[in-house]
Design a protein around this ligand. Structure first.
Ligand code: KG4
Ligand code: ZN
Length: 329
């Protein structure tokens, strides 16, 4: 089945054409970063307006790059939550309009499920079950993934998402927005052991996360040592976050006796996190699978993977489907 997938949950307008649920013929992402940068974060009202401008050209480009016409599309998938409601509604409404006009089956897709499915674009043979860790700007959640569409929640953040902590700390350090990629880069010249920022492990039996304490420690540190090397602060902060993420993922793998971990979401493109998880997993004899960075950050190809799965199963959404800022999987 040829699926046109649309994603607009935050500040990326994205469209992709997916064949057979695993092959992306195209994967177009139009980022609004430049627009939101001067405000230090995503401005929801501006994001919706920019999605409206971008969505049709992005879909056209996705079809052109895939080398297909709209007549060859057999199903439509779009993110309907979680995310910014005004942003979600743009992609979702366009998807429903195309489905209605073309009489095509349509399915609404959960964004977090999309992140968990991205790995199948590069590793379609990956075996279930696996431990799935989604780390993004809005989410930090750990699941046992029994199959596509079948997830067991293990734990999640009690306060900030990991990406949110990266963005807030970058702001504190005057490194700009979005914080993740810039901290990743600046940290390469810093000493990760320079400052012992606290690691919140909650308890050894819990798979929950907490990142607001690390962020507050950075704030206190910067107030006390305003002239310190920003590279060392960035590297030490990043190390603290990475330590917690890696430990919890490996702990889940051990407790559930499930030696397969899939990492995804925007923060999964972090160089240090990728390296540390691979290293520890190798030592522990655990398989680790991480999509290429471009498939970790928001994109529509991942929405197409899970959308295709549901459409093939006949799980079609009504055209009355709404968008939801909170949408558990
Ligand atoms: O998955 P995503 O693109 O959007 C959401 O679903 O939230 O994730 C965006 C988040 C942002 O917080 C961004 O700062 C973070 O991912 N991020 C990174 C890196 N690239 C993006 N965090 C750490 N290191 C990176 N290289
Ligand atoms: Zn995302």
């Amino acid at each position: 089945m040829v699926v046109l997938a649309i994603e607009s949950s935050c500040d990326e307008t994205a469209a992709a054409v997916i064949v057979g649920g695993e092959k992306a013929l195209s994967n177009v992402v139009s980022s609004q970063t430049q627009i939101h940068r001067k405000y230090g974060g995503v401005v929801p009202e501006l994001a919706s307006r920019k999605h409206i401008e971008a969505v049709i050209p992005v879909i056209r480009l996705a079809l052109r790059k895939a080398g297909i016409s709209m007549d060859q599309v057999e199903g439509i998938a779009a993110t309907n939550g979680p995310g910014l409601i005004g942003s979600l509604l743009v992609g979702l409404s366009v998807a429903k309009a195309i489905a209605y006009a073309r009489n095509l089956p349509f399915v609404g897709v959960n964004h977090v499920e999309g992140h968990l499915s991205a790995i199948f674009l590069e590793n379609p043979q990956l075996q279930f079950p696996f431990i799935g860790l989604v780390v993004s700007g809005g989410h930090t959640c750990l699941y046992r993934v029994n199959h596509l569409g079948r997830y067991e929640w293990l734990g999640g953040t009690r306060d900030d998402a990991a990406g949110e902590a990266f963005d807030k700390v970058a702001k504190l350090l005057n490194l700009g927005y979005p914080g993740g990629p810039v901290i990743d880069k600046v940290a390469m010249d810093g000493d990760p052991q320079a400052i012992p920022f606290p690691r919140a492990f909650i308890s050894k039996d819990s798979f929950d996360f907490s990142f607001s304490g690390i962020k507050t420690s950075v704030l206190h540190y910067v107030r006390k040592h305003p002239l310190d090397r920003v590279e060392d602060i960035a590297a030490s902060f990043q190390e603290a976050v990475v330590d917690v993420l890696v430990s919890k993922a490996v702990q889940a793998s051990r407790v559930l006796d499930l030696p397969r971990i899939v990492l995804s979401g925007g923060v999964a493109s972090n160089t240090r996190l990728r390296t540390r998880l691979q290293e520890i997993a190798e030592k522990e004899g655990v398989e680790v699978h991480i999509p290429s960075p471009i498939l970790c950050t928001d994109n529509a190809a991942m929405i197409g993977v899970i959308g295709h799965y549901y459409l093939e199963q006949g799980r079609i959404s009504p055209l009355t489907l709404n968008a939801f800022s909170n949408l558990p999987i």
